[in-house]
Design a protein. Structure first.
Lengths: 78, 774
């Protein structure tokens, strides 16, 4: 059950737009920086397939300039 | 104790978030995530064990979460004054390599060209027999040991006792020769005592941080975050002085670039400005400093069996002032490519008596064919202005490895060193012989092979047996294009202790399965003289064994059992208590183990139950005994030395055939040769392979696009790697840069085995190469 964290860099002046778009995605928690143009995203999915799909969904957001993986963990299902 | 799945997942999510916030903090100065940052990570219900991080020399305190005998989580130790609960991306994920599928769990012995799984006792019999046989046939100087700044203090101590006290050879050196030897030589020549005088609390007091060729945002990220915090909170300023624009440069207040090797000249120009603007702290200099010069035109150690000994001569302030006339800002600016304005600006920072300044450096200064000189010059700047040994004011030589200080430097796993002092000094040999209970004549008085020369000797056939531990020389040495075939020669029997297979285990006759960090107890010593202990946290797999215990077992088999009367269960404590005897006293007293078990380390000298944060300053250091404010007691007359050290060019300069400088280094995701971090999926994914960085103008002129395969070639070898343009870092025009972590792209086949003649530390930062599209 993958848990990952990313740094999401929005295009200039698109931070709120990106935050809004991310908030609509299930399995995705957002921690925006207060004073910089970057957001931390933590994702939680059931399996690798779902994880890949979620990543693809995030990457399609137009206000997203760059998504950088920072950390990944896999926990047992039971 | 066990945690529920939901609380564990919640914990892991917080840990993932913390890792991302930490990564962000290295990229953005003063970034704030509001309450999330303060909330931190809940304790969960795991069993948390304390220790130091496995990786760099910062020595962050970690807490490892153990569940059902397995390490399942890592978090920063909030009680550690080093990192105050923070960790970098490597730190958070460190334990994930333990379960790698290709972990070395059993000894492997090469038989008829094939590795055969062998019981550990049988493998150790083979090692002992071969070592004994080699000594009998070829003499004790035909065997060698090459250890590590990642070995624990007890491991280094037993290695030294085994080689120097039991066998009686100085054929012991370590990979700290590749990273810290120039720092050691700098300290010894200037102060007569190794390791920084200050501590990490300096960060909380300094007004300026001047980083000399040092990408701290990637190499010492937690300390860099402390600088950023002060920058944000108090307006402290970071000045990055480097040959390449890095993440550190981008987060600094000012980035100043210089032509490779000319840091020597710029350093002298800063001294010129200090002297000629009346910024010298005359009282301090008159009371506490001498002036000296050494030999020049020393060469670069490129030839086998090169020898050099410096001959210091005393000079006076006026001589030094005359010497500096060659280093006016105007003259130096012409070849350093640093503007006159920037040189004067740098000097004015040090010259302002109302500002506290820290200098910080690591590999850029140390891996330098004039590395000792460069260390001396930085000390000159601080001594001339009296900005030393006070909170927030001081030169701070950062170390690279987790115990380069504790093990390599303090225990002394260099050919010339003993746990206290050097083999050349009869009193130091007498002390070692007394504590080791060996005849003093057994400890040879002459150093033998430093690292580069040790592997040259293997290649020549002079060394016929070598045992390496916690080190991967066939990726990390300079000029591996010579040393890989050398190590493969049948003339040398190669034993490699390691945790994972590497290009070095590939050439071994015997591979010994070593315990990883938390699978054994140990002690490390970090950059601020802090000794940290940890207890074994988990069982290692298969026949894995602590390196110290493997040395002891081999020593016993060779007939030296009486010198190693330690028990397997308690050998770490027994060895540390024996070792502490070497450093008794106010100048280097080590904290008792019971103290280190209770708290997150202690800084030596540990005197009367207290760490000494600032050495040589009578206000803080009980070893000062001259009745003055400062006492540089490492020198017989209590005075530090301002050294006259000139600029001399690098041994190999770009020319029409090889028109680029090659600079090599590291990245935040990987620890050194990547043997651990490349087995941690998230780190490997983050940085899956090495690359060759170009300045965009050079790339454009050569028609090179991002990701294209490039062959980089020197007079020694070549390597193919993808081009990287405007990505992680930005080299200056005419320079390319490659990280060395990737065993599939061996950039050290290309580098040059030139070294500083005083410290014998190689220069991995400068050689001439050509590049071509493949």
């Amino acid at each position: 059950m993958p848990i990952k964290s990313y740094l999401a860099h929005p295009f200039d002046n698109k931070k709120e737009e990106l935050q809004q778009a991310l908030s609509l995605i299930k399995g995705c928690e957002i921690i925006p920086a207060e004073n910089e143009n970057v957001l931390v995203i933590v994702t939680e999915t059931k399996n690798d397939e779902e994880d890949n799909k979620l990543k693809e969904t995030i990457e399609k957001i137009e206000s997203l300039k760059l998504l950088a993986l920072v950390s990944g963990f896999n926990t047992p299902k039971k | 104790m066990s945690a529920s799945l939901s609380s564990r997942r919640s914990f892991i999510k917080k840990m993932a978030a913390s890792a991302a916030m930490t990564a962000a903090a290295t990229m953005f100065p003063g970034i704030i995530f509001a309450s999330e940052q303060l909330t931190g990570i809940s304790n969960g219900s795991l069993d948390w064990k304390k220790g130091p991080c496995r990786f760099c020399g910062v020595g962050c305190g970690i807490l490892v979460g153990i569940e059902e005998g397995k390490a399942v989580a890592v978090k920063g130790d909030p009680n550690s004054s080093v990192n105050k609960g923070l960790l970098c991306v490597k730190g958070y994920h460190q334990t994930m390599c333990i379960q790698a599928k290709d972990r070395l769990e059993y000894a492997l012995v090469k038989k008829n060209g094939t590795y055969v799984k062998t019981p550990i006792n049988e493998a150790l019999d083979i090692v002992a027999d071969k070592m004994k046989e080699t000594i009998e046939k070829h003499g004790k100087d035909a065997v060698a040991m090459y250890t590590s700044g990642q070995s624990t203090i007890p491991e280094g101590y037993v290695a030294s006792k085994f080689m120097k006290g039991a066998i009686g050879t100085n054929n012991l050196d370590c990979n700290a020769r590749l990273c810290m030897a120039s720092a050691v030589a700098g300290f010894l020549t200037t102060f007569g005592a190794d390791e920084p005088m200050g501590c990490y609390e300096d960060f909380d007091h300094a007004d300026y941080y001047v980083t000399w060729g040092n990408n701290m945002a990637e190499m010492h990220p937690v300390l860099f975050s402390r600088m950023l915090e002060q920058k944000n909170k108090r307006g402290a300023r970071i000045i990055d002085f480097a040959t390449r624009t890095t993440r550190s440069s981008m987060a600094s207040n000012r980035s100043i670039l210089f032509e490779p090797q000319t840091d020597l000249a710029v350093g002298n120009a800063i001294c010129y400005e200090i002297v000629n603007n009346g910024w010298v702290n005359k009282t301090f200099v008159e009371k506490y400093c001498n002036f000296s010069k050494g030999l020049t035109q020393m060469g670069y150690g490129l030839e086998d069996k090169y020898k050099f000994s410096d001959k210091p001569t005393k000079i006076n302030f006026e001589d030094y002032k005359t010497f500096l006339e060659d280093y006016t800002s105007e003259k130096v600016s012409k070849y350093s490519k640093v503007s006159v304005k920037d040189i004067k600006y740098l000097a004015s920072i040090f010259g302002d008596p109302n500002k506290k300044v820290m200098s910080l450096w690591c590999m850029g200064v140390n891996q330098h064919t004039r590395g000792t000189w460069m260390n001396n010059i930085i000390y000159n700047i601080h001594l001339l202005t009296g900005k030393i040994s006070q909170p927030g004011n001081g030169p701070f030589s950062l170390t690279g490895q987790p115990s380069a200080c504790g093990t390599a430097r303090e225990v002394g796993t260099f050919t010339h060193k003993l746990p206290k002092g050097v083999v050349m000094n009869p009193k130091h040999r007498e002390l070692a012989a007394k504590i080791w209970k060996v005849p003093v004549e057994r400890i040879p008085s002459k150093p033998t092979y430093h690292t580069t020369e040790m592997f040259r000797a293997v290649d020549r056939g002079d060394i016929k047996f070598i045992w390496t531990q916690a080190v991967n020389p066939l990726v990390s040495l300079p000029r591996t294009s010579r040393f890989r075939p050398g190590m493969k020669k049948k003339s040398c029997f190669v034993v490699v202790s390691d945790v994972f297979p590497t290009p070095t285990t590939d050439v071994a006759d015997v591979i010994l399965p070593a315990s990883w960090h938390i699978e054994k107890s140990g002690l490390y010593g970090n950059s601020e003289r802090r000794t940290q202990h940890w207890d074994k946290m988990v069982e290692g797999p298969g026949d894995t064994t602590p390196d110290a215990w493997m040395f002891i077992e081999v020593a016993k088999r060779m007939g030296y059992g009486d010198l190693f009367p330690y028990s397997r269960e308690n050998h770490v404590e027994e060895i540390y208590n024996e070792y502490r005897q070497f450093h008794e006293g106010k100048k280097h007293g080590m904290a008792p183990l019971e103290v280190l078990k209770k708290q997150s380390g202690a800084i030596w000298p540990y005197v009367n139950g207290k760490s000494t944060q600032w050495r040589f300053n009578a206000k803080y250091d009980p070893a000062c005994s001259n009745g003055e404010d400062f006492h540089f007691y490492g020198k017989p007359d209590g005075k530090a030395v301002v050294w006259q050290r000139p600029y001399e060019p690098a041994p190999e300069l770009p020319d029409s055939e090889y028109p680029f400088w090659l600079n090599t280094g590291r990245v935040i995701e990987h620890w050194h040769t990547g043997s651990m971090t490349r087995r941690i999926p998230v780190l490997h994914k983050g940085m899956p392979h090495s690359y060759l960085e170009f300045h965009p103008d050079d790339a454009k002129a050569l028609g090179i696009k991002n990701g294209e395969k490039i062959k980089v070639t020197s007079r020694r070898g070549s390597c193919i790697m993808p081009a990287s343009i405007n990505e992680r870092g930005l080299p200056t025009k005419g320079q390319v840069f490659a990280p060395f972590f990737d065993e599939n792209m061996l950039i050290n086949d290309v580098t040059l085995d030139a070294f500083c003649p005083i410290s014998k530390e190689p220069d991995f930062k400068k050689c001439a190469v050509k590049v071509e599209k493949v």
